[in-house]
Design a protein around this ligand. Structure first.
Ligand code: HEC
Length: 109
């Protein structure tokens, strides 16, 4: 039993170690390119330059603050809205990510 707990602990420690190593790599990518890369993913639904051709609303013309606030709201969405597309996407974004992507999208006119 004890050894099982120990192994689990070690496994978790190893896991968090590898996650932080991965995060360090992600930070390297983030310098310069990340806001742009994240925004190009958004363009898949919201259209190139935020001019949507499909069901997703246009993002062109939104200010960085509006995009950031919207993402934060989606991330903190209540249970009944948790399964919407944007809530699922926003869940994976840190505040720094949201700022970076919002800043990029604000350049879409
Ligand atoms: C899979 C398609 C999809 C992707 C990818 C996507 N969105 Fe959305 N987004 C939507 C839909 C659909 C809505 C409409 C609200 C809803 O149904 O949740 C929306 C709504 C929004 C809104 C609110 C706009 C308004 O006028 O109310 C913002 C802001 C937004 N998305 C930003 C983003 C950002 C930033 C990204 C990239 C990180 C992104 N979206 C990626 C589909 C998508």
């Amino acid at each position: 039993m004890i050894s099982k707990i120990l192994t689990t602990g070690l496994f978790v420690a190893a896991l968090s170690f590898s996650t932080s190593a991965f995060a360090a790599d992600a930070v390297k990518v983030q310098e310069g390119a990340s806001g742009k890369m994240m925004a190009s993913m958004c363009a898949g639904c919201h259209g190139v330059g935020g001019k949507s051709a499909g069901d997703a609303p246009d993002l062109a013309g939104l200010a960085a603050k509006e995009v950031f606030e919207a993402l934060k709201d989606f991330k903190g969405a209540k249970q009944d809205k948790k399964n919407t597309i944007m809530a699922r996407i926003a869940k994976g974004y840190s505040e720094a990510d949201m700022h970076a992507v919002a800043k990029e999208i604000a350049t879409w006119k």
